[in-house]
Design a protein around this ligand. Sequence first.
Ligand SMILES: Cc1cc2nc3c(=O)[nH]c(=O)nc-3n(C[C@H](O)[C@H](O)[C@H](O)COP(=O)(O)OP(=O)(O)OC[C@H]3O[C@@H](n4cnc5c(N)ncnc54)[C@H](O)[C@@H]3O)c2cc1C
Length: 225
Amino acid sequence: MSDGPRPTVRTYTVRHIRAESGELDIDFVDHGDHGPASAWARAAKPGAFCGFGGPGPVKLKCYYADDYLLAADMSAIPLVAASLEAMPEHAEGDAYFEILDRQDQQYIRAPKGIRQHWMVVTPQETPGDRIVEAILKRPWAQGTVQTCIAGERGMIKQLRAYISVERETLTADSYISGYWKVGLVEDEHQKMKRAEADDASPKRRFSILRDYMKTRTISAIWFGR
Ligand SMILES: Cc1cc2nc3c(=O)[nH]c(=O)nc-3n(C[C@H](O)[C@H](O)[C@H](O)COP(=O)(O)OP(=O)(O)OC[C@H]3O[C@@H](n4cnc5c(N)ncnc54)[C@H](O)[C@@H]3O)c2cc1C
């Protein structure tokens, strides 16, 4: 690989791993043949080749919140499932899932105090809209809130502005990440994310605020830290 062309790379979450048998499970969203990963998964048969690099860092390393807020579209169900399975038994909160078919709903071993909301959306709906609506309606809990949220970039932009700006949730408590973007292949999306991360300037903070103000009135503004 070091002297040849760079292979096509896509990012996926390990859902389960069985070291003793050398197996791991990955849940691919089947979004048709317009992407090498989705196309590969649709056509995969025993013996089909797929190389691996990683793993990347664990997204939420410790759990100490009074209230948990989790959300995923289909691409991030494995992430939120892994977080729910790792949480302490007494954890409380809500987990919102957008799925494309009732059959996409799955059993996740989660603390009893976490309410799971599985919402079936149609292809005509904008990805993430139902999750955003549900989270904005949900009363914000007192105490420490930890989030674990991922999915389409449009949803993430709205929720990041709400969670960071209005609710002043600290970044350390809050995993929130765009996993894909309508109309962009993953490399383009990652490039856009890197450019934004490099731009940790007042301009960046202003753009978060501007996106937020398009949809909501503001009651608190967070510039510091
Ligand atoms: C940390 C991380 C973990 C991830 N874990 C998972 C996972 O476990 N399972 C999973 O399925 N995805 C996961 N993703 C998302 C996945 O990497 C992207 O969806 C990726 O774009 C898929 O590659 P592709 O080759 O199929 O499509 P690409 O070549 O990247 O894109 C082709 C077209 O398909 C569209 N597209 C891409 N993803 C979707 C989608 N989910 N729904 C509808 N249209 C889409 C694009 O907008 C583009 O128009 C993860 C992403 C990150 C950053």
